[in-house]
Design a protein. Sequence first.
Length: 573
Amino acid sequence: MTRSFDKSRLPSRHVSVGPERAPHRSYYYAMGLSEEDIAKPFVALASAGNDSAPCNTTLDAQADAARNGVIQAGGMPRRFNTITVTDGIAMGHQGMKSSLVSREVIADSVELSVRGHCYDALVGFAGCDKSLPGMMMAMLRLNIPSIFVYGGSILPGRFHDRDVTVVDVFEVVGRYAAGACPLSEVHELEKVACPGHGACGGQYTANTMACVAEAIGLSLPNSNMVPAPYSTREQIAVSAGAQVMELLADNIRPRDICTREAFINAARVVAATGGSTNGALHLPAMAHEAGISFDLFDVAEAFKSTPYIADLKPGGKYVAKDMYDAGGIYMLMKTMLANDLLDGNCQTVTGKTLGENIDQVTWNPDQKVIYDVKAPLSPTGGVVGLRGSLAPDGAIVKVAGMQRLVFEGPARVFECEEEAFAAVEKREILEGEVVVIRYEGPKGGPGMREMLSTTAALYGLGMGEKVALITDGRFSGATRGFCIGHVGPEAAEGGPIALVEQGDTIRIDAEAGTIDLLVADDILAERRAKWQPRRHDYQSGALWRYAQNVGPAYKGAVTHPGASAETHVYADI
């Protein structure tokens, strides 16, 4: 049944109510709206759809489907688009410097469009890595009733009778460089790895943040693991459009939903699924928008006591479609809640609590993807926080599927990713070395690039756990092997990583959560006295502006003071 709305209390009154708004209404009449339409609440449908990559190609159609739900529930839908930078295409070259920056641009552009047009509620559609947190950051910043909809995962490709994803293509580059396969195999694999629409199929960053959206309560239950090509995605979009009107009627807002307890739930789901290390970057950034202090160390604390229970790629066997077939995120959360690993009292966009939603799910003992918490793949999470003399502000490593959790070796230092990748291609990296890639942090890159091209090539060479790789940049959720990212303070700010020299001994203990540079303090003091900041090549434009404003990785690499500095919130204008 359509709910009634008092438009005099909604933001859209500023563009639609009263004689002084006649010029504004003239624009709506020009677009075919009637007087009755203009009197309804205005609902933003923000789409990150584009032709850049398959993760984004269905989003506009899903956003358009949501129009029907909004209209049925008494609202007036208004669609607009924002950008994406797709990591799989930006990877391995200078374009990756734009990726993390795009998260801020997405959040900013959604905020500005909603503010400028005075929309009352928001349904956001995103499909690729940074567009998911960017969209949710905007929801938390604006604090109007909102629902997040994921575009869905790609179906797995088939190659020689096995499921494959784009990561297999990145890794075959290393195998080819090692002489382990012919060029014809590279070409054959690249043509079948990505068979259609949808985001990368393993538990990489997009699917990790899709899991976060359900766990934190911003998405409809069991909606985000439905693959992009499935026709049921249209109905999910319609339902989201209708449900956001219920949230508007009941004045349930994102900050009511995304409490500190909800962020802990989300962090636990990242760990339980062996999710992307980028979760430890995006959760603090989202919390920042809600005025909640929740940094990398808070994320790591949740990781410590969370078992790894979802056997997903890249550390495990299965892809996102298999997770969907097994029962989705709520099946995973069923066993977590039953074992006191989640707070079931958190509010969700259904209007019910997380626990009430989970009560509707029946545990399926026959599925193979999600393990019972009492019999996990490993007793601690698939992602681990680190801290020590090399990273006083912390670092992060994904250990899902790894056998070796302690590594000590001599440093092999590179000043950028390109130098390291060239050394990998030439097979110059030696077993036992700790590869250090620095000046790739948020400020120093600028943009905190992901290193999937380098890590995948190392893995393809068979060196995945025979070397360690450390960077103040990031890793893709698809990265596997002994790879430590987010090292802080970053090199550009004179952090210890800037002082490492060739041959220095570095020790990483993912069991103890430590990462140390085994060099005497007096020697480090001498090096620090000689250290000079480096000048990067981006001295104008968006990347320059980002470098001037971005904060440390352990706080989410954010670029503004956040909700704690607010004097008002948009939703209350």
